[in-house]
Every structure is written in C-alpha cells, then in structure tokens.
Design a protein around this ligand. Structure first.
Ligand SMILES: Nc1nc2c(c(=O)[nH]1)N[C@H]1C(S)=C(S)[C@@H](COP(=O)(O)O)O[C@H]1N2
Ligand SMILES: [Mo]
Length: 324
C-alpha cells in the first residue's frame, strides 16, 4: 500500500494572480501533456508516478460547498478508479489509458433546446469561470474519497443552450473509442456509457462539469477532458469523458440501470437506509486523510452523501425506497 500526501491546490494555483478567463480556457486547451504524463505507468506496482500529469489551472474561485474534511491523496485518486472502458480493475484506468486522446474535443448538444449542434470544448467553456469544488465522492461499492475538483456549474452551461419547456431530463454519453479504450472489447456494459439526470437535478448548483482535479486538468483515468460530478449520488452517475448532452422529455436510459435494474435505479441518491442487493450502504471506506491507505477508515454514510440540506427538497414527496 502506498500513500502520497495530497497536494493542496493552493500550492499549485497562485490564488493571488487571478488570470483572465480567456487564459483559463487557453491553459485547458494547450494540454498535450494531459494524457502523456499520466499514461506512462506500465507497471501496476511501480514506484509512485511522478506528478507530471495535467496542466495547472488558475484562477480557481473557492466555493461555499467545499468540505474541509481531509482530502484523498492525489495518487490514490488517480490510481484507484472506476472507468470500465479501460478495464474493470481499479488500476486499469491509470495503466491502460495511454492511447486516449483528450484533445481536440467537442460535445454534441441535442434534443429539446433552442441551440443544438456540435461545439468545441473551448466554445463551451469560454464564458465560464472555473471554481474549486472539494466534494465527497461515494461509490456504490462502499468506498469514498474527498477530491478537489475544478469545474463549472452544469446549470450555467446548460442554460446557454436554452432548453425548451419539453426538456425535463438531461442525457449524457461517454466517448465511444474502442481503439483507445481497451476495456470496451468486453461486454461488461452496453457501450457507450450513458447517464442521466432530471433537469432540476442538473440545474442544482452542486452539479458541475469538472475539467480538473487537484488544481490541474483531469488525467484520462478520471474522465478527461470533462466529466460530470453529482456529489449527492453514487459515483457511477458522475459520467466521464462526455461527448454528448441531450435534453429529453422522458427519463433517458442509463447504462447501469439497463444492465441491472434491480441493483441500480435512475436516481441513485446516496442512501444509507437502502441497501444494494449485494452490500449494505450504511457505512463506507473513506480513502482519505492521515493514517488511511486504500484500506480506508470506516465511516458512517450520510443521507445524500452529506448534502441533504442542499438537495433533499428536490425529492419532496417521493418514496426514496421505490425511487432508488
Ligand atoms: N464513462 C464512465 N464513467 C464513469 C465510470 C465508468 O466506468 N465509465 N465509472 C463511474 C464510477 S462507478 C465511479 S465510482 C466514478 C469514479 O470516478 P473516479 O475514478 O474519478 O474516482 O466514475 C464514474 N464514471
Ligand atoms: Mo462507483
């Protein structure tokens, strides 16, 4: 077991120098080192990879939603991953994503909105300021991390495409590139990976499109160049490497729900009172903080992953056992 202390993003990001937003976009897009840096680990048990991944992101505006809990070490957060397109072992995404190209990147906007079509990542990001969001991430497998993301409120991005009155849900799709994603040759899921939210969930200020973590652009294994983060839901809702966003009238099909509907519902809000058929959700292994390793410290799981105060209203009147 290894452990590398977290790098406070204050050390990476000079908070005193607030660059113009245009500079932020530029630094995101000039990212040739993005994949190359983190992809060269060919050996699972090699010494810790040097921190050469990504490009520094600044400025990052602090968020009132940030948790002050001990953060997960960068090395754990980038070497213990779920990204089945690269394989199902936790170490596969870091080891097997070397061919993945996160740039250039574009996203197709479709469905019930006034403005649809294909947009470059640069065009999508241009008007937005990047914020730091230090969130808990709770996987349905019973482990959790505390990760400092860099991102943009999803709602601010979605509003620019002017969803119409018929838009009630938002569907997201991950890039479909079997040649760069060796795990896709196995039919573990109905590829490409798909996820969805109700529109009001997507518009909630806690939902973000993340472009970076620990003050730098995302490595491939964490969903470069942009992924969803919905911190009150199980981690599988936070879909990686998004290439398509569609506004829909009815609830979209989602990969995990399609593969095992009894196990994974559409909502998938973190709920310690509703067990998964194969494991309890009452506690979690927190991979973060002093003295922890990948074994983690056992902590109690909180309703909505600790974000009940912010999001419980979204589900007023709903039976959260039926709508799991
Ligand atoms: N496209 C895609 N997105 C995905 C996954 C995946 O396999 N493919 N795994 C999900 C799961 S189960 C979790 S817990 C989180 C893990 O995010 P992390 O590796 O950045 O911690 O990503 C989610 N997003
Ligand atoms: Mo997960």
């Amino acid at each position: 077991m290894y452990k590398v202390p977290p790098i406070p993003s204050s050390q990476i990001t000079p908070q005193s120098t607030w660059l113009r937003r245009r500079e932020v976009v530029k630094s995101l897009l000039l990212a040739p080192a993005l994949v190359a840096g983190c992809a060269r680990q060919s050996d699972a048990d090699a010494a810790p990879a040097p921190v050469t991944w990504g490009r520094p992101l600044s400025p990052l505006e602090p968020s009132p939603f940030n948790t002050a809990e001990p953060q997960t070490g960068l090395r754990d957060a980038t070497n213990y991953n779920n990204y089945y397109e690269f394989g199902t072992d936790k170490s596969d995404p870091a080891k097997r994503s070397g061919k993945f190209k996160a740039e250039p990147w574009s996203v197709e906007i479709a469905g019930h909105a006034e403005s649809t079509g294909r947009f470059t990542l640069e065009d999508i990001l241009k008007p937005h300021a990047l914020e730091e969001r230090i969130y808990r991430l709770r996987c349905v497998e019973g482990w959790s991390m505390v990760i400092p993301w860099a991102g943009i409120p999803l709602g601010d991005v979605l509003k620019r495409f002017k969803p119409t009155a018929s838009a009630r849900y938002v569907a997201f799709t991950t890039v479909n590139r079997p040649a760069e994603m060796p795990g896709m040759r196995y039919p573990v899921l109905d590829w490409p990976y798909r996820e969805g939210l109700r529109l009001d969930e997507a518009m909630h200020p806690l939902s973000i499109l993340a472009l970076g973590m620990y003050g730098r652009t995302l490595p491939a294994q964490n969903g470069a160049p942009l992924r969803l983060i919905v911190p009150w839901k199980y981690g599988f809702k936070s879909i990686k490497s998004i290439v398509r966003i569609e506004f829909t009238e009815t609830a979209p099909a989602t990969s995990w729900n399609v593969s095992a509907p009894q196990e994974y519902g559409f909502y998938s809000n973190v709920n310690p009172e509703v067990s998964h058929p194969r494991w309890s959700q009452a506690t979690e292994r927190r991979i973060a903080g002093d003295g922890s390793s990948l074994l983690g410290n056992r902590v109690r799981t909180l309703a909505f992953n600790g974000y009940a105060e912010q999001v419980a209203d979204l589900y007023a009147g709903m039976d959260l056992r039926r709508n799991f």
